[in-house]
Design a protein around this ligand. Structure first.
Ligand code: FAD
Length: 558
């Protein structure tokens, strides 16, 4: 292995088993990036992994890894998979011959490959540097804050510890988890000078301990933006799920001053999906977190401002401006607003479950907890695709997964491909006509009482993990009467506002509302929060993009 220079500079690592090619790649990289970056060269995958491990221990940063596909010990994809465990934030490039482009395309899903480069890459000015420039830029924008990393010391079964982990994961802030009752966790608590009675303790990358931090405090201390830089925008997007991210990407890329405001972490429901298999262009599926983290990077790259941990609590019409108010009373104004607040899971309400939420009972998926359920019995409530996906995902860890469904079968509610895969999976069983009558446990869920809805009989079973996917309601109560909502709270838009041919009351313009426009001109809605929406990632993204087109149309006539 050749290490060109010592020092704290960010590294670019390249590995190729052909010494000539390896030297040539390193030479080209050094010519352009040698001043700013360390170029680390290896001639085998094990040697490169060794180098990465050493750099990790030293706390060095690695921005880009370029790996040859055809290598004898591990091929490039296998190598990148292992390299990801060491440097998850490093951007990944595969070097391939023309004949191997199929493998490279597959790698996009396996290792979330950022790019593949065909050999030879001459001239580098055209084929190599633009790719590496873009990757360095992407890395600089999002991932470098990850190293040195955030540490979370908490109790395995505490609701707040679990929320903090979920929050960091969904905001793409890498962290390391330490159980407070294990030696390393205790060492960290002692070093932080706290007794561990109040948990979790988050140790920021600068080494500051935060005891039981609120989300907003956490966000600001791990480098996430929480305050707007301007007080007036062309487009204010409320909600950072696929619809909001779609609008932010298109809005900012088309020159609109765009801000996206998210109450928690970007990604929305999609960010909780273990594998989205029906999104166009990903034949092998893609994890929701990967998809939405790329979208967030893309939005920021085009110049959108993304604010997290800011909950919007009010919308006001002030002449031609639209005002969005935050929970702390501050506000921003804009020409237009897009409501993309999606939906949230309904609570079950069976006795005992509320107290155990976060301690074995989770609404929606809590993927960060999945590994904890290794070799244990998991129960999932719900008959829709989200429940089916969770069952397949958790079956990789759990001893058994039981899907509890109130209906007599899954056929009415779940896609056929999922039903088939569940039937083929020996670890998953489906109990139809069954509902949960209650849950119990001291520190953590221990038992569930199940009711057979046909016979009316009940049965108590041992259970440590319960995931609930039981339908959703829109997050729109804060809108009050400002815009028209349907009986369930979904926001009504476009032609649906004048269903039955009636003219919309209070609508003063001489044109009807645009397709995604609400009962307030200049306020649009996209994604799951819209009445009659499709409740799919692709349609949410599509509506986000379409809303931007309508925003342009609105602005032209202002
Ligand atoms: C586990 C799971 C698996 C799924 N799998 C698939 C799948 O395989 N394929 C598919 O097509 N669809 C799938 N879906 C559905 C899909 O994820 C949703 O249709 C999609 O995410 C909707 O996007 P959205 O942007 O409209 O809303 P959401 O994703 O719900 O995002 C809304 C965002 O707005 C934020 N927000 C809400 N209120 C406020 C406020 N007042 N202030 C600021 N921010 C706010 C929320 O925190 C959230 O981040 C799945 C859903 C789940 C839960």
């Amino acid at each position: 292995m050749t290490d060109q220079a010592q020092g704290p500079r960010t590294a670019i690592l390249t590995v190729d088993d052909d010494p000539g090619v390896s030297r040539a790649v390193a030479r080209d990289l050094r010519r352009r990036y040698g001043e700013q970056h360390r170029i680390v060269r290896a001639e085998s995958a094990p040697e490169a992994l060794d180098a990465l491990r050493q750099m990790k221990l030293r706390g060095d940063l690695v921005a880009v890894i370029l790996a040859d596909y055809r290598m004898p010990d591990l091929n490039g994809i296998e190598f990148l998979e292992q390299a990801m465990d060491i440097y998850p934030g490093a951007r990944r490039v595969l070097l391939t011959a023309y004949a191997d482009t199929g493998a490279a395309i597959d790698a996009i899903n396996v290792v979330d490959l950022d790019h593949y480069l065909l050999k030879p890459w001459d001239p580098p000015e055209e084929n190599l540097y633009p790719v590496v420039d873009a990757l360095l830029e992407a890395w600089g924008e999002s991932d470098h804050r990850a190293v040195p990393e955030t540490k979370v010391v908490g109790h395995r079964w505490s609701a707040r510890s679990s929320e903090v982990r979920e929050f960091l994961a969904r905001n793409q802030v890498p962290y390391r988890w330490y159980a407070a009752d294990e030696p390393e966790g205790q060492r960290l608590l002692a070093a932080a000078g706290v007794d561990g009675r109040a948990l979790p303790v988050v140790i920021t990358p600068d080494g500051d301990p935060l005891v039981e931090p609120a989300d907003a405090q956490l966000a600001s201390r791990v480098g996430l933006a929480t305050t707007p830089s301007q007080d007036f925008y062309d487009l204010i997007v409320v909600g950072g799920g696929p619809a909001g991210l779609g609008a932010a990407v298109y809005g900012a890329s088309e020159g609109l001053r765009t801000v996206l405001v998210e109450r928690l972490a970007t990604g929305g429901q999609a960010g909780q999906s273990s594998r989205i298999e029906n999104y166009l262009g990903f034949p092998d599926g893609v994890s929701g977190a990967q998809l939405t983290s790329r979208a967030r990077r893309q939005a920021i790259r085009f110049g959108a401002e993304v604010l997290t941990t800011r909950e919007v609590t009010g919308l006001e019409v002030r002449g031609s401006a639209r005002r969005v108010t935050f929970a702390d009373g501050t506000f921003i104004d804009g020409h237009t607003v897009l409501l993309a607040t999606g939906v949230s899971y309904r609570r079950l309400g069976a006795p005992g479950l509320d107290e155990l939420t976060g301690r074995g009972v989770y609404y929606g998926s809590a993927l960060t907890e999945a590994a904890e359920s290794r070799d244990q019995d998991v129960f999932i409530v719900g008959g829709a695709n989200s429940a089916g996906q969770a069952a397949l995902f958790l079956s990789r860890y759990a001893k058994s997964v039981t899907l509890l469904v109130r209906a007599p079968s899954l056929e009415q509610s779940m896609s056929y491909y999922l039903i088939r895969r569940i039937a083929e999976n020996p670890a998953i069983s489906v109990r139809t006509c069954t509902e949960i009558a209650g849950g119990a446990g001291a520190e953590h869920l221990e038992r569930l009482t199940l009711r057979d809805t046909v016979r009316g009989s009940t049965e108590t079973v041992d259970a440590q993990w319960l995931y609930l996917f039981i339908g959703a309601e829109p997050l729109t109560d804060w809108l009050g009467d400002v815009v028209v909502r349907d009986a369930r709270g979904f926001v009504v838009a476009g032609p649906d506002l004048s269903a039955g041919g009636q003219r919309l009351r209070g609508w003063a313009l001489d044109r009807p509302p645009y397709h995604l426009e609400t009962s307030v001109p200049g306020v649009f809605v996209a994604g799951d929060a819209r009445a009659e929406s499709a409740k799919r990632v692709a349609s949410a993204v599509g509506e986000g993009a379409m809303a931007v087109m309508l925003v342009h149309r609105y602005l032209e006539k202002l």
